[in-house]
Write a protein that binds this ligand. Structure first.
Ligand SMILES: Cc1cc2nc3c(=O)[nH]c(=O)nc-3n(C[C@H](O)[C@H](O)[C@H](O)COP(=O)(O)OP(=O)(O)OC[C@H]3O[C@@H](n4cnc5c(N)ncnc54)[C@H](O)[C@@H]3O)c2cc1C
Length: 402
């Protein structure tokens, strides 16, 4: 994904096409700007005193000196304290790297905790979880650039304790791009290192009417899928049993080891091809007759992401299904695989936004599935619906590219 640095925010809400009010700019604002502009305020400084020693002048002098002292102390304190101990969208907040556990040759699970305690983090996260899909921006301090990453929800499979959750720990599934600036930097950090982040940024608000989500994820795009599942299924009540179907394409078996597809046999279109090959320009995509065969763990422990998905399944039986596709084994998502879920007969009549298709992954993946997002005047927009989803004419579904 060649996105350089962005502050963009997409916001999806609903309507026949979800609404976008996104603006993703390319460089984040300096975090230090606010602390240096607070010298003595000219508005509180009296006009130049005349050479007299009247009591009035003495009072002014005293007031001025006190003001200067107070302002200086304030500026000093501001430079000595962290910008904020609580995650917020204005300033970067310091977190410490608690652990970095490899999941596959190219991806790791990062666990971070706030550097300074703040009881407010819980509420900040909670609001974001309730809203839908959200991300935070990590800063690469040497290059002064930032990239977005998606916190994983905590499920029954999580290794976080209740205390850790209360302390505001966050976990991330991050792929190391061998040529990428920030993901490579993150993979060099030692336990205990500081990582500054800012957010939460709502990437897609899941409307409260939503009853069904088809989530098409490529690579680490599974992180927002977990979020969407978590957020949607948490709304389950006796009268509301929403469901989500996740289609996840990985490059490497290690990322999804142990994952068993719920759709027993999904035939791929003869034209199906690897979106990875499209992205990287390889032509190894022609072996296209594909069956979604259940992956076997072959004695290996299931990958963490698979365990998270399984935990959601146990918690909400019958409401979440997952199908796995593996580039490494020439099993690619084809048009027919999506048709299984998008076909009109499965449409549910009712208010708009009940049915939502979300697509998340590298640019090439999103383009192949739903057409590229577009840039206009420094703003990233959804762009028209194209790709194989468009070919399927998904009537009754709102589509959002993450
Ligand atoms: C909302 C959101 C959430 C995300 N969540 C996650 C997540 O949870 N986990 C995750 O792993 N990723 C996530 N990403 C992706 C992440 O933000 C980064 O894009 C990714 O980590 C790569 O960043 P990088 O700085 O390492 O690579 P970059 O430096 O941006 O490089 C990316 C690729 O572009 C190539 N490139 C760089 N410059 C050029 C150029 N001039 N011309 C041609 N090619 C070039 C590089 O070689 C590299 O292969 C998310 C993205 C978004 C938008």
């Amino acid at each position: 994904m060649k996105s350089s640095i962005h502050i963009l925010r997409c916001r999806c809400s609903s309507s026949s096409g979800l609404r976008s009010t996104a603006t993703r700019s390319h460089r984040y604002a300096s975090t230090s700007s606010s602390s240096t502009s607070t010298s003595t305020s000219s508005s509180t400084t009296p006009s130049t005193p005349t050479p007299t020693t009247s009591p009035k002048r003495t009072r002014w002098l005293a007031i001025t000196l006190v003001s200067i002292a107070a302002a200086s102390a304030g500026a000093y304190i501001r430079t000595q304290t962290p910008s904020s101990a609580t995650l917020n969208t204005e300033t970067f907040t310091k977190y410490s790297l608690v652990s970095r556990v490899p999941i596959s040759a190219t991806s790791s699970l990062f666990t971070l905790r706030p550097r300074y305690p703040s009881s407010d983090n819980y509420d900040v996260y909670e609001n974001a979880w309730r809203t839908g899909v959200w991300s935070v921006m990590f800063k690469q301090p040497q290059l002064q650039i930032g990239r977005d990453y998606t916190p994983l929800p905590t499920t029954a499979a999580t290794s976080l304790s209740v205390d850790e959750e209360n302390e505001g720990y966050l976990r991330f599934f991050i792929r190391k791009d061998p040529f990428g600036e920030v993901s490579r930097y993150l993979h060099t950090l030692e336990v205990g290192a500081d990582i500054e982040m800012r957010g939460p940024q709502i990437e897609c608000e899941i409307p409260k009417e939503t009853r069904e989500i088809l989530f098409i994820a490529g690579g680490t795009g599974i992180a927002p899928a977990l979020q969407a599942g978590y957020s949607l299924l948490n709304r389950t009540t006796t009268t509301n049993r929403p469901n989500i179907h996740i289609i996840w394409a990985s490059r490497l078996r290690a990322d999804c080891v142990g994952g068993v597809s719920d759709t027993p046999k999904v035939e791929a279109s003869p034209s199906s091809r690897s979106w990875f090959s499209g992205w990287f320009g390889s032509s190894s995509s022609s072996k296209a007759h594909v069956e979604s065969v259940a992956l076997t763990s072959q004695g290996q422990e299931s990958s963490l992401i698979v365990r998270e998905l399984e935990a959601l399944k146990s918690q909400y039986p019958g409401q979440i299904t997952v199908d796995y596709y593996l580039d490494e084994e020439n099993r690619f998502i084809g048009k027919n695989d999506l048709a299984e879920f998008i076909k009109p007969s499965k449409s549910v009549a009712g208010p708009q936004n009940r049915k939502l298709i979300l697509v998340s992954g590298p640019e090439g993946f999103i383009s192949y599935m739903a057409g590229p997002k577009v840039w206009a005047q420094g703003t990233e927009l959804q762009g028209p619906l194209k790709g194989i989803i468009k070919e399927l004419d998904p009537k009754g579904w709102a589509v959002w590219k993450l």
